[in-house]
Write a new protein. Sequence first.
Length: 490
Amino acid sequence: MPLSLEPDAVVVVTSPDAEAEISARGLFEGGIGAGGVDAAVMAAGDFEAKAGQTLAAEVNGRPTILVGLGTEEDLDVARLRKAAGALARRAGRAATLVTDLVEVAAGHLRGGVSEAARAVTEGLLSGSYRFDTLKGNPGEAPALESVLLRVGTADAEPAAEGVRTGRAIASAVSLVRDLVNTPASEMRAVDMADAAIAAGAAVGVEVEAWDLDRCRSERLGGLLGVNAGSVHEPRLIRMEYSPEGAERTVVLVGKGVTFDTGGLSLKTSEGMMTMKTDMAGAAAVVAVMSALPALAPSVRVVGLACCTDNQPGPTATMPGDVLTIRNGKTVEVLNTDAEGRLVLADGLSLAAEMEPEAVIDLATLTGACMVALGKGIAGLMGNDDDLISTVREAADITGERVWPLPLPDIYRKQLDSDVADLRNIGAGRYGGALTAGLFLEEFVGDTPWVHLDIAGPAGTDEAGGEYTKGATGFGVRTVLEAVVSLAGSD
Ligand code: BES
Ligand code: MN
Ligand code: ZN
């Protein structure tokens, strides 16, 4: 896995004189001179301790990286994670690093030491992520091999706890990045299934992968309709985390279109360039499932990843064809490029059959959502205000950006078909994220459900903070946080 820093390499130390090649010190904006750092050093480097700013300097004759945390009042986990990510990038040729970031930040966070340790661990690991296995000359390998998080003796226990969860979350995030960054020719539905089986086996989460025949016998008409043009088999991946004593069930559903050509409603070459990422929702579901044992929430969680590529060809679904979804509803496919909702329709139907307390789906579903909210923010829709709030609060805690969009009943009639129960597109381009959401709503029945349209934030063109260019792993943190919160509330 291209985490250049191994998860186990981030550790807690309590000795005040723990040695490393280089040390890193967290500083707050306005706290010039704080912690014995010479104001002149900071001024010379034009360093104001703004959030995410870093400066390599000599402090007390030792090589030190100064890490800006912004103003004390505004510190939150997202900012701390970003600062740690920036530090990982800045560590240069040092193999070992010791830092006081956790100690410095802990007092300013609601969750104290463990939350600070978790955010710092996530940032260090996610910020050091690389996807360079396909480069002939990947450039100089990052040197950083271990990071010591220095805390007071009394804080050792909660810090270690935070490091453990941070590692699990960062590993999940980098799993998503790997799966999404891998070219589509090497990440077919069967490859997704293999990855899920491996990830599940490593942590003791059950995994099943339904092959073509099983998808047929299970009547997954949406997934099969999208798969019809492909020479590659689809897979419906089902993962289950079932801790003893759990009374509730949450089902996660992910869109796993391993490549979206648009099908016969073919995309333009430009529109296709990023379409290897169209399985980011499914990848997030697989990764969340794989992180659950480490977080150990007391709730049963089932993950469903609906995987296939979407290809044109003589056997492909044609505009005007009618598919029968798992729940019996018929759909007239008028645009084969609106395929995500078809594979999710089966996944959501399966989810609703389990009568869970909550269903959350993640999907790179619409370009329209990117038009509405841009690249950095996911659209949040659903049929249950409490669940919407839960996911929104979870996103606020993790710092992933989501924004609520409506499911307006006045647009529902756009989905009426002349020949079937539904058509798979609205009447025009306007409100495309909402008509997609309204379509999905048809398959969840009365089950509380939330839909995250992650078409924008699943990838990024800019490296910064804990992000590297390419796949982000968006949704993993928020969904994990939401699951933990659903486990804890009544
Ligand atoms: N996978 C795309 C959505 C997408 C577009 C994700 C750009 C990331 C970047 C989805 O399957 C799609 O093609 N949606 C169509 C729907 C339309 C045909 C109703 C779209 O958004 O144009
Ligand atoms: Mn499409
Ligand atoms: Zn798609």
